[in-house]
Design a protein around this ligand. Structure first.
Ligand code: NAI
Length: 253
């Protein structure tokens, strides 16, 4: 990538779930655009590999653990001197059958914890650093299912992503005057291990999904990473509290 396109030169970016899929592609994109990348993942092997690949720092952390989240931002600032971007992206897929008549309370709570509470914790502990700097860009991974019903029943997952979307809007409005932008990224189905795992359990699910995607295919993680880089960079400087759909046209159909 030429220096002309290095929109994140010298910026410090934390990415959760950086070991796989969208997070991994974004770590590579951020690094290519000049950022210093802190790769956070629960999985040590993939997280460490991602960090090595992008010349960044690996922090093994469970994003549902309050102390770990607080510490990971402190480590990022102590290591690189600032916190300019956080991509709060770690998440898990829905339980096998995520219909309201089937999903048990424990499964429901687990999905809320990993997909929603983690974003609350990341924002809570990233924002004070950004307030001190008077600037920052926060991107929270929601999903297209936050804005529309899915073709497959996924009650706990959709509710968690709706929560991420609403929280991002609230925070975007609340902190706009402090130079902190908060946007919700809403990908359509993306070809990552998370999606492949779902389709492996229910092969017909892929076909059911494809019918609803005007572009006729799933996204590649790099296509989502390009959108995240835009939201992280000053190219999106007039955008906050936004629902940023990168969904192959699903929500427009
Ligand atoms: P993935 O499964 O490929 O990667 C998720 C990463 O998060 C993994 O490396 C995993 O180890 C990590 N992780 C999981 N729980 C964690 C925890 N408690 N603490 C720290 N790290 C943890 O998934 P993918 O597809 O890249 O998904 C990323 C985000 O995008 C998720 O929030 C997902 O819900 C969302 N999303 C994915 C879509 C898709 O079709 N793949 C569509 C819309 C949203």
């Amino acid at each position: 990538m030429s220096s002309m396109t290095k929109r994140l030169d010298g910026r410090v970016a934390v990415i959760t779930g950086a070991g796989s899929g969208i997070g991994l592609a974004t770590a590579k994109r951020f690094a290519a655009e000049g950022a210093k990348v802190v790769c956070v993942d629960l999985d040590e092997e993939s997280g460490r590999k991602a960090a090595a690949e992008v010349g960044g720092l690996f922090i093994q952390a469970d994003v549902t653990d309050e102390d770990a989240v607080r510490a990971m931002y402190q480590t990022a600032v102590d290591t690189y001197g600032s916190l300019d971007i956080t991509f709060n992206n770690a998440g898990i897929s829905p339980p096998d059958d995520d219909s309201i008549l089937v999903t048990g309370l424990d499964a429901w709570k687990r999905v809320q914890e990993v997909n929603l509470t983690s974003v609350y914790l990341c924002c809570k502990y990233a924002i004070p650093h950004m307030q001190r700097q008077g600037k920052g860009s926060i991107i929270n991974t929601a999903s297209f299912v936050a804005v529309m019903g899915a073709a497959t029943s996924q009650i706990s997952y959709s509710a968690s992503k709706g929560g991420v979307l609403a929280m991002s809007r609230e925070l975007g409005v609340q902190f706009a005057r402090e130079g902190i932008r908060v946007n919700a990224l809403c990908p359509g189905p993306v070809n990552t291990p998370l999606l492949q795992e779902l389709f492996a359990k229910d092969p017909e699910r892929a076909a059911r999904r494809l019918v609803h995607i005007p572009l006729g295919r799933f996204a590649e993680p790099e296509e989502i990473a390009a959108a995240v880089a835009f939201l992280a960079s000053d190219d999106s400087s007039f955008m906050t509290a936004n629902t940023f759909l990168v969904d192959g046209g699903i929500s427009g159909a």
